[in-house]
Design a protein around this ligand. Sequence first.
Ligand code: FAD
Ligand code: NAI
Length: 467
Amino acid sequence: MSDYDVVVIGGGPGGYIAAIRAAQNGLKVACIEGRGALGGTCTNVGCIPSKALLHASEVFEEAGHSYGKIGVKVGSLELDLPAMMAYKDDTVKGLTRGIEFLFKKNKIDYVKGWGSFKDKNTIEVKGEDGSTSTVTGKSIIIATGSEPASIPGVTIDEKRIVSSTGALALPEVPKHLVVIGGGVIGLELGSVWARLGAKVTVVEFLDRIVPGVDDEVAKEFDKILRKQGFTMKTGTKVTKVESAKAGLKISVEPAKGGDAEVLEADYVLVSVGRKAYTEGLGLDKVGVKATDRGLVVTDDHWRTNVDGIYAIGDVIAGPMLAHKSEEEGAAVADVIAGKVGHVNYDAIPNVIYTSPEVASVGKTEEELKKAGVEYKAGKFPFMANAKAKVGLHTEGFVKILADAKTDRVLGVHIIGADAGNLIAEAVLAMEFDASAEDIAMTCHAHPTLSESMKEAALAVSGRTLNF
Ligand code: FAD
Ligand code: NAI
């Protein structure tokens, strides 16, 4: 006899959604979480605090630089960093408590502590006070997420050399922040501190920022960020970071070889990717297979090689995104309940919450070319959109890629204000196998930024109306 039908290890977006759906399916559920709060990386040290600081810093930046252009005079502008951090912390607290409420509502037992496998149905839980208990389940879902990665020669101390976690709670605005890695975290958190007054230098190993993002979008993004004051050192690698009396010394050299250089900064953000987190979980005790990089191996229904043990979210392959984890959480709970669980990995949106935002779904031009797919591209600049003009958000464009023969939408790439909300229409279109013509024939309210989607769809067949 097991205590529970389902035991979820990890209370992040993957784990807590899996727990809720399993409970909705009539199963008896427990969720084990060690960090002392539900919501995982996303709510505690990821999506939510970063978006709170992005929001606050954007308001600060706009008040200082844009309000005057529309006739709103602001007196002397002053940053109250402790208040900004308190707003961020309150936002996080409210949301983690909200998940606790959802657990109560769905009669899910929240087990506080770190779990590790004793056998395939038994999890030993070490509580904060050092006490241990065991929880048994017919099915176990591993949803233990991920943690920041680093590089040789760089030791994260979360004081001066910080991961995203430290960068979300700096006690002061850096004079010079060196960001290692020009990916999502580096550019989002780099934007926060740049807006608040830091000089920001991004050191990126590859010869471009945001690998994986459509080339044309990435180029435009790079140009805009430089205009905002970012210094970009692409094709450059960091060999070591040393603490000196006056600050940090960062040794860099061209990735392809060449003369080394030393940068000086007061803070370094290490944002070179994240790795699966399975420390202390005891996977070897039950024989659950993981890759060399520590990702738990599953089949396409999130089953590991051990009967009754499943895994979802950042700890398995695929994009490390909260909404991907959530989709998998709901789907695996349906699979366990004997229902159909499905995730469409071809329609998972990606959003970078900088200013402007960058959002995409589906294939990039480079991917389509590589796969030999014939496609047509339709592009529309925000410069020609009335609402963008009104809001002074004229940078960027929408690009729709459609199959040359069938007109089916294969990918949508947006750089511009509110791109993260605009992409939802494209995701829905792709879920319904829509054609560019379908989007072009859909009435969009005027004046809205979303009209740019319609115009880009019209552009696929060379029929834009406003450009
Ligand atoms: P996690 O959220 O990592 O949750 C796993 C949980 O398991 C953790 O709380 C951990 O404490 C717990 N745990 C681990 N091991 C054990 C154990 N043995 N026992 C008990 N508990 C355990 N994604 C987006 O989609 N949008 C964004 O805007 C976004 N912004 C981000 C910003 C930052 C700075 C970072 C770092 C990440 C961001 N992400 C974003 C990524 C997102 O946070 C992750 O993809 C998401 O949290 C993964 O969810 P998960 O449930 O798989 O894992
Ligand atoms: P990332 O994979 O987005 O970017 C890492 C960057 O570091 C890459 O450009 C890579 O080429 C570079 N890099 C790797 N090694 C390097 C080295 N030695 N020197 C210089 N550059 C190096 O990873 P990041 O930014 O750490 O974020 C981790 C994950 O968190 C993301 O992949 C994403 O899944 C998630 N995330 C999502 C967000 C969102 O959806 N808005 C926001 C923040 C994080």
